[in-house]
Structures are given as structure tokens and as C-alpha cells.
Design a binder for this molecule. Structure first.
Ligand code: HEC
Length: 144
């Protein structure tokens, strides 16, 4: 069986080809358009800046005693190191404060408050140095 009109066949085929090539380009365009049209994701609420994390104050106090932090720091007056309230005030608007203080507690160092170095606590668990950093950033509240 032969096609009645070879010209028409060729034309039909070329239309099919053109349409399928066009849809190859159109599909990703449509997808990206749909993605752009989607409503913008809500920005995450500002984290610790407004609401400090709930912490186990009694545990923080015990850690501070057990690691001799208390021999160099007090909540509201300077000893060998800065008072915890001064530390909290200094980092009040710093969103990276918790990480910075965790790092300082682990590695020690000097130069932020003066020349006297803060000793390192390399064996302290991350959970403990994080809790101490959070506690200091809240001004080292007392549990009683
Ligand atoms: C031998 C004394 C000493 C001990 C013990 C000590 N510190 Fe310090 N600490 C310092 C000094 C001195 C500085 C100031 C360091 C500086 O100027 O960079 C300091 C600074 C800090 C800071 C502020 C860090 C900064 O970069 O602003 C924090 C927080 C802190 N200490 C927490 C602790 C905690 C928690 C412990 C116990 C695990 C502890 N310290 C034990 C002397 C001490």
C-alpha cells in the first residue's frame, strides 16, 4: 500500500518532528516557570537572637565547678577572666556567639579580653561546651 501523496506525508512527518523538538525545549521552560511561580518560601524566624534556648542551669553550674571555671570567672565581677555578664553583653548581637564560645572553651586562647590566656578543655564533650557557652551567653544564671 502506498501513501496517496508523498508530499503530504513528508510535510506531516516534518510537523511531527518540529513539534517534538519544540516540546523538548518547552518542557524544561515550563518546569522552571512553574518553579518561579511557586510562592516564595517563608524566611526562617530569627533563631536564638530573640529567644534564648532553654538550658539545664544546674548542670551548667556543676560543669563550671567540676572544670574549675569558677576559679577564674564569676557571673557579675571580673576575676582572672571576664565576668559572664560582660561576655554575654559583648556577644549579644553576634549570631555565631555560641559556636565561638564553644570553640574558645575547647581550645582556650587570649587576646579578646586581654593578654591572660583562657586554658583549653580539649576533652570536654561538645554537648557540655555547648551548654556552658549557652549558659554564659545568658549571663550565667544561678539555679537557686
Ligand atoms: C585559669 C583561668 C581560667 C579558667 C580556669 C577558665 N577561664 Fe575562661 N577565660 C579566662 C581568661 C583569662 C579569658 C579571656 C581570654 C581572652 O582574652 O581571649 C577567658 C575567657 C572566657 C570566655 C570568653 C571567650 C571570648 O573569646 O570572648 C568564656 C565564655 C569563658 N572564658 C568560659 C570559661 C569556661 C566555661 C570555663 C570552664 C570550662 C573557663 N572559662 C575556665 C580564664 C579562665
Amino acid at each position: 500500500m502506498s501513501f496517496p501523496n508523498r508530499g503530504a506525508l513528508r510535510a506531516a512527518l516534518s510537523v511531527v518532528r518540529r513539534v517534538s523538538i519544540a516540546s523538548m525545549f518547552a518542557a524544561p521552560l515550563f518546569v522552571s516557570f512553574a518553579a518561579n511561580a511557586a510562592p516564595a518560601a517563608k524566611p526562617a524566624p530569627p533563631a536564638a537572637a530573640t529567644k534564648p534556648p532553654a538550658i539545664d542551669v544546674a548542670r551548667a553550674e556543676n560543669l563550671a565547678r567540676a572544670n574549675a571555671c569558677v576559679s577564674c570567672h564569676a557571673a557579675s565581677r571580673r576575676l582572672v577572666g571576664p565576668s559572664y555578664e560582660d561576655v554575654a553583653a559583648r556577644y549579644k548581637t553576634d549570631p555565631a556567639a555560641e559556636t565561638k564560645l564553644m570553640d574558645k572553651i575547647k581550645k582556650g586562647g587570649s587576646g579578646v579580653w586581654g593578654v591572660i590566656p583562657m586554658p583549653a578543655h580539649p576533652r570536654m564533650a561538645d554537648a557540655d561546651s555547648r551548654l556552658l557557652a549557652q549558659w554564659v551567653l545568658q549571663g550565667a544564671p544561678a539555679s537557686h
